[in-house]
Design a protein around this ligand. Structure first.
Ligand code: CA
Length: 430
């Protein structure tokens, strides 16, 4: 998870090494030597902290960059000892630099993404985890008002239920990204928070592992999210999102709760439109949508309720249609991609026995390449339908601009750009 709302979704690289934190070093006596009164939880910390070698000074321009972080770290309460130990002997990680420069020429169609999100093996694993952690998940539901499906969906999408939490050194990844100036100050700020996490001894220096972008633990919290939302749910006094499944899952539920999850509402529902459906309303309550003739896909009545929902066509009106509530927006706080959030929602439903999507994806319909999508975005901007910097990805802004263009030209306003739509734009500009 990267908590920036303008971040386009990028699939996580699958070639990351397995976590190395199982490597437990038994340092007899050391734990007692470091123990503080009233803090019974330091054993795990001290047990894996080897005797501190003299910090290796960093040289050159990178060393100067690291030293330049010190005043801010100090102001945020980080001690010099923690600071020096954090960066001792570090050099930038070239593999992280390479990942920042990787520009995909290809954007995966949503059906490929969704098929992988809810692949049979992953759904089977989700069901097994739902069963194994049924008691913990029930307690989490009661305490946070967030259903187990949402928590399981995020766990499954982020790390395949703990299978790949990322084995990279978080401090090294973050300092590499900060040094690159990748995405402005974002990673520099996360790095300072990561130092605070070390200072407060939530995790030992050498066990603070995560993804190449610094996302940590079972459900991939960035350091700032750890500080704001991580909770100790197993009652051992530590917020351990790396090794404690109850802590990680409750932290995820807390994240969704704090981002507005409404206990009484679903995330959304796949719907079937009536044949004579008129695109008049964009957002209304589920009960009103039922009056407008919408049913659950498969023909069952919609869940009644006052929760408002909006219509969403991830692959246009010829593909599956959904009504989405604000709980879907809460999932998008984790990662702003619609495909990601739909993957979370659907995998979560399947993990608790929900049905597969009913409508078929329009796999045989022509769809836009990344370059053509960029052209649509440029043309929309030129016509006054502002949708931000063209990036070849169909995000919320682009969908909204397309929808407004379609409304203006009496087309079905599904917000989904197609080759036919691009052709129309080209002809109109001649
Ligand atoms: Ca704990």
């Amino acid at each position: 998870m990267i908590g920036r709302s303008d971040q386009p979704f990028q699939p996580r690289p699958m070639d990351m090494p397995k976590p190395t934190f199982r490597r437990l070093v038994r340092a007899a006596g050391l734990a007692a030597a470091f123990a503080l009164p009233g803090c019974a939880t330091l054993d795990a910390y001290t047990a894996t902290t080897p005797p501190v070698p003299a910090p290796a000074p960093l040289r050159g321009e990178f060393g100067a960059f690291v030293e330049g972080l010190w005043p801010e770290a100090r102001a945020k309460g980080v001690s010099r000892a923690t600071f020096d130990r954090a960066f001792s002997g570090l050099q930038p990680d070239p593999s992280v630099v390479a990942l920042t420069r990787k520009q995909s020429e290809f954007v995966q169609p949503i059906w490929a993404y969704m098929n992988s999100a809810a692949a049979p093996e992953r759904v089977a694993k989700g069901k097994a985890m739902a069963e194994r952690y049924a008691d913990v998940l029930a307690r989490i539901e009661r305490q946070y008002g967030v259903p187990r499906s949402a928590v399981l969906g995020i766990w499954g999408m982020e790390t395949n239920f703990g299978s790949f939490t990322g084995g990279k050194d978080v401090i090294r990844s973050l300092v590499t990204l900060a040094h690159e100036g990748y995405r402005g100050d974002f990673f520099r700020n996360e790095l300072i928070v990561a130092l605070q996490i070390l200072e407060e001894r939530h995790i030992a220096r050498d066990r603070m592992t995560g993804s190449w972008a610094g996302a940590m633990g079972q459900t991939q919290f960035m350091p700032s999210s750890f500080m704001k939302y991580a909770v100790d749910f197993d009652g051992d006094g530590r917020r351990d999102i790396w090794n404690s499944i109850p802590d990680a899952l409750a932290s995820t539920a807390n994240y969704l709760k704090q981002h507005g999850w409404q206990p009484a509402a679903p995330w959304g529902v796949e719907v079937a439109l009536p044949h004579n459906f008129r695109f008049v309303h964009r957002r209304q309550s589920l009960s009103q949508w039922a009056q407008s003739g919408l049913k659950r896909a498969g023909g069952v009545a919609l869940p009644a309720g006052a929760a408002e929902a909006y219509l969403f066509f991830p692959a246009g009106v010829r593909g599956p249609a959904f009504l989405l509530t604000d709980n879907f927006i809460a999932i998008k706080a984790y990662n702003s991609s619609d495909a990601y959030a739909l993957g979370v929602a659907h995998l979560g439903d399947r993990s608790i026995g929900g049905q597969a999507l009913v409508a078929r994806w329009p796999v045989t319909e022509p769809h836009l390449s990344k370059q053509q999508t960029e052209e649509v975005q440029r043309r929309l901007n030129a016509m006054g339908f502002d949708n931000g910097e063209p990036d070849g990805r169909i995000g919320t802004k682009t969908r909204e601009a397309v929808r407004r263009y379609q409304e203006k030209h009496n087309l079905v306003p599904d917000g989904y750009p197609t080759p036919a739509l691009l052709e129309r734009m080209r002809l109109a500009s001649n």
